[in-house]
Ligand binder design. Structure first.
Ligand code: ADP
Ligand code: MG
Length: 236
């Protein structure tokens, strides 16, 4: 009977998530359909005013491309979450991984007026991790922080060795908008987003990755002051 109950719960979860996917896919699809229809009309009328038509067609096409990109993004991230790849665990130098991601995002952070502070413990040991998946997590966190600081601010990335043979902790702190109580309750749920054009999958995927590593991802945030994400990873 317990098994039947679990099965029922799983089915309910599948139904809920399917409904969310349909919701995510339907709006951009109908927008694509509408734009293509307008494009067809514009092309049909091309004989009369070809310059205006070309301009209009370009705008419509760029709207279509934008929606298609978003759909691709949502479906790919969703698949990653629904069928997570088992992490390929190796001893990794987490500072090197962090430096790599910070280098990769340096330009966008500079452009966004974000100052980066690196506070790495010098004796940070190696962690057991899948480097690609870890990069993905940090990239998600850094992007979220940048988006939370629309007029710039400070991003602090720190590593700490927890007592004894303990885990390694990484904190990513920003001086951004922070989040409401409501957002804090839901932020790890798939599709929860407060951003126009957000997918709401970044943190759901990230938390799942950390859990598959035997680690964890948690968050503290104060509205108007900023947000700190705390990652824990087992040392190698
Ligand atoms: P997305 O970025 O597509 O919205 P995420 O899963 O990455 O999806 O984040 C979910 C939500 O959590 C965001 O929409 C935002 O409301 C909140 N959030 C995440 N990171 C931060 C942060 N650093 N500061 C403030 N809010 C955040
Ligand atoms: Mg995000």
């Amino acid at each position: 009977q317990a098994e039947a109950l679990m099965r029922a719960e799983q089915l309910a979860a599948v139904g809920r998530i399917s409904a969310q996917i349909v919701h995510e896919v339907r709006n951009p699809l109908s927008s694509i359909g509408l734009n293509v229809e307008l494009l067809q009309d514009a092309v049909d009328g091309a004989r009369f005013d070809s310059q205006d038509t070309a301009t209009e067609a370009k705008e419509l096409l760029s709207a279509v491309t934008h929606e298609v990109d978003r759909l691709t993004d949502v479906t790919e991230q969703y698949l990653r979450m629904a069928r997570p790849a088992r992490p390929d665990l190796e001893p990794e130098d987490i500072i090197a991984v962090l430096d790599g991601v910070l280098d990769f995002t340096r330009e966008e952070l500079v452009r966004a007026n974000v100052e980066v502070v690196r506070a790495f413990a010098p004796d940070t040991p190696r962690v057991l991790a899948d480097q690609g998946q870890l990069r993905q997590v940090f990239l998600n966190l850094l992007r979220n922080s940048r988006e939370a600081m629309p007029t710039g601010g400070t991003l602090t990335v720190a590593t700490t060795l927890l007592d004894g043979d303990g885990d390694v902790e990484v904190t990513v702190r920003d001086t951004g908008n922070g989040m409401t109580e409501e957002a804090r309750r839901h932020l790890f749920e798939p599709f929860f987003t407060t951003k126009e054009g957000g997918t709401g999958l970044g943190l759901a995927v990230s938390q799942q990755i950390l859990q598959a590593h035997g680690g964890s991802l948690s968050c503290q945030s104060i509205p108007g002051q900023g947000t700190t994400f705390v990652l824990r990873l087992p040392r190698a």
